[in-house]
Design a protein around this ligand. Structure first.
Ligand code: HEC
Length: 149
């Protein structure tokens, strides 16, 4: 488990009246003061959270969601389909990804498989943070696709 370094996007924070926050980067529980500290870079304070229709999906900020959606269309959709229903690659829809969970998904995205899944982390194409973000992204409902993504 990562420490509080590289934390971003505190979730369900004290702004919402909660006693503690969960870091969007490493999913560690942190005290509200810590959340305030991390969030301090943003002039508006709390990061906007992506509103997902499935409450079980791991939280992510709107900014992360938009970035992940972009990366997905550029690097994943060709094999997994724009709507994530699978093509060359397997379906990546919440009905399966949510039961697999973030760590399992990160392992695939990081290391790839001999069956054709590229190794995005070990090849140097993605940072650990991006891999984590993508693993959380594919547990969200696929966004409604407008032309051009
Ligand atoms: C070149 C085609 C290709 C690309 C590009 C690709 N994948 Fe895959 N992916 C596959 C294939 C093929 C599998 C099935 C691998 C196997 O069973 O060995 C797979 C499997 C996976 C799995 C495991 C699914 C499961 O149910 O076991 C995940 C998670 C995944 N891909 C995520 C991604 C993400 C996220 C991206 C973009 C960053 C991506 N893939 C890009 C081909 C691709």
């Amino acid at each position: 488990m990562q420490k509080n370094v590289r934390c971003f996007g505190h979730i369900g924070c004290f702004a919402a009246g909660n006693a503690e926050c969960i870091c969007g980067g490493c999913r560690t529980r942190v005290a509200p003061e810590v959340g305030a500290h991390h969030a301090g870079k943003s002039p508006v304070g709390e990061a906007m959270m992506h509103k997902n229709s499935n409450a079980n999906a791991p939280a992510m900020t709107s900014a992360e969601f938009d970035q992940a959606r972009q990366i997905y269309f550029e690097r994943c959709a060709g094999c997994h389909g724009v709507l994530r229903k699978g093509a060359t690659g397997k379906p990546l829809t919440p009905d399966t990804t949510l039961t697999q969970g973030t760590d399992y998904l990160k392992a695939f995205i990081s290391n790839g498989t001999p069956g054709g899944m590229p190794n995005f982390l070990t090849s140097g194409d993605m940072t650990e943070q991006e891999v984590d973000m993508m693993a959380r992204y594919i547990q969200q409902e696929p966004p409604v696709h407008r032309n051009g993504g």
